[in-house]
Design a protein around this ligand. Structure first.
Ligand code: Z5A
Length: 206
């Protein structure tokens, strides 16, 4: 049976690093995977991603940003996510609508109610089956990210923005404990991946 698994986390949580681990594990377990990301995942979505992350775009209104996220998402759902799930595949998606609640909601202060309207309109009943939240304290995450030469538009935000994003993720995880699996991503990588392995073993029933 298909599964829709999303991976979330704040700056420096190690999503990219750990998605490789998750994908390897699930492929070895024989799952037929589609690996994708947001914003992006389609040709149109990747163009929107470039606009959204470009640090030179300094005057994107918060509502414009929100609508572009959902525009990319609408295309992604129609072109990639729904067809894959209909074929019984497992979709592993690097960020999804929880990121919108965290970044545009808590970060940019757009109301949850407004985001929920778009969520319902764009997704209808599509929601992730499982969301893995890689949680890291903001100071540790930013130390990791600050080692990068190029920072995207979001990575240039202030500390308070990232605090709000983290709090929003943790509060969504608390509100939906059946869907969320929270991993302490501040630990050394081997420990993070041992926790991930335990989660994945349960998901796969192995
Ligand atoms: N966004 C939004 O606002 N609204 C939305 O609806 C959606 C997205 C869908 C791009 O996302 C931006 O889009 C994002 C939110 C916004 N904001 N930002 N920035 P993205 O997911 O593509 O970008 P990202 O957040 O930068 O993710 P990333 O590239 O996967 O970065 P990461 O989580 O920091 O992962 P990493 O590159 O694997 O790890 C960072 C460093 O830490 C790296 O050097 C690792 O070797 C190191 N690392 C990882 N784990 C460990 C441990 N355990 N110990 C020590 N060091 C570690």
């Amino acid at each position: 049976m298909s599964q829709f698994i999303t991976i979330e986390g704040g700056e420096g949580a190690g999503k990219t690093t750990n998605i490789h681990f998750i994908v390897d594990y699930l492929q070895q377990a024989g799952k037929d995977l589609v690996i994708t990301r947001e914003p992006g995942g389609t040709e149109i979505g990747e163009r929107l991603r470039a606009l959204l992350l470009d640090p030179d775009n300094k005057i994107i209104d918060s509502r414009t940003e929100l609508l572009l996220m959902f525009a990319a998402r609408a295309q992604h759902i129609a072109e990639v996510i729904k067809p894959a799930l209909a074929q019984g595949k497992w979709v592993i998606c690097d960020r999804f609508t929880d990121a919108t609640y965290a970044y545009q909601g808590a970060g940019r202060k757009i109301s949850r109610a407004d985001i929920a309207i778009l969520e319902q309109w764009v997704q209808a009943d599509l929601r992730p089956d499982i969301t893995i939240l890689l949680d890291v304290p903001v100071d540790i995450g930013l130390q990791r990210v600050n080692l990068r030469a190029d920072q995207d538009r979001f990575e240039q935000e202030k500390l308070q923005f990232f605090d709000s994003v983290r709090e929003a993720y943790l509060s969504m995880a608390k509100a939906e404990p059946k869907r969320f699996r929270v991993i302490d991503a501040s630990k050394p990588l081997a420990e993070v991946q041992a926790s991930l392995q335990a989660v994945l073993a349960k998901v796969c029933g192995t």
